[in-house]
Design a protein around this ligand. Structure first.
Ligand code: E4P
Length: 219
């Protein structure tokens, strides 16, 4: 399972890239707004900065809600850089935009996916990636990871090549479960990436090795 970073913060992306563990980035309007980005131009500038740091798919979400506007906006976004993947919501208008843009060669990440049916339809429409939102399903008392598992299983049964991108990941256990479920990718916030690295026994073990080595070199 590949790991993408779920952020619009270039510094976080720089730090994570240095570790050699991330191969793409996902953004959305909320993440952009968290970075003080409030215009399409600002979003574009931030994304172009990210493309300088990461050589992999960068998902950028449309903010239009009508099909025609989504198609126009999505096409425009796709022209920013060859690594751009356009995020389209799992709505009727979204499916129309996915069908049109994927036929025109634009890579689509079908976002806000909460069911196997939405994932099945999105794959037919031409989504390159589908993003089931694990944490948001958990938040409303539904098992988010079971949706990931079911999408992976149905796609496998029917030789569907759309990649399953586990999103709305809230903790390290979600990452393990997504990998076990067979998700192709998990997109993780920087905080979760840090939690995946840190282990108290590693920290304690390293402190002990350092201490023992220092006392040995003092003898
Ligand atoms: C990524 O593609 C999604 O937009 C993101 O993972 C949503 O996460 P959230 O539910 O924590 O906002």
């Amino acid at each position: 399972m590949r790991i993408f970073l779920d952020t619009a913060n270039a510094d976080e992306i720089r730090q994570a890239t240095k570790l050699g563990v991330i191969s793409g980035v996902t953004t959305n309007p909320s993440l952009a707004s968290k970075e003080g980005i409030g215009t399409l131009k600002g979003y574009r500038d931030a994304v172009l900065e990210i493309t300088d740091v990461v050589d992999g798919p960068i998902s950028v979400e449309v903010v239009s809600v009508e099909a025609e506007a989504m198609i126009e906006e999505g096409w425009g976004i796709s022209q920013w850089h060859p690594n751009i993947v356009v995020k389209m919501p799992s709505t009727r208008a979204g499916f129309e935009a996915i069908a049109q843009l994927s036929a025109d060669g634009v890579k689509i990440n079908q976002t806000l996916c909460f069911s196997v049916n939405q994932a099945l339809l999105g794959a037919q429409a031409g989504s390159a990636y589908v993003s089931p939102f694990v944490g948001r399903l958990d938040d409303v008392g539904q098992d988010g990871m079971s949706v990931v598992r079911d999408i992976v299983s149905v796609y496998r049964k029917h030789d569907i090549t759309t990649e399953v991108l586990a999103a709305s990941i809230r903790n390290p256990l979600h990452c393990i479960a997504a990998a076990n479920a067979g998700a192709h990718i998990a997109t993780v916030p920087f905080k979760v990436l840090t939690q995946m690295i840190d282990h108290p026994l590693t920290t304690a073990g390293l402190a002990r090795f350092t201490q023992d080595w220092e006392s040995a070199t003092r003898q």
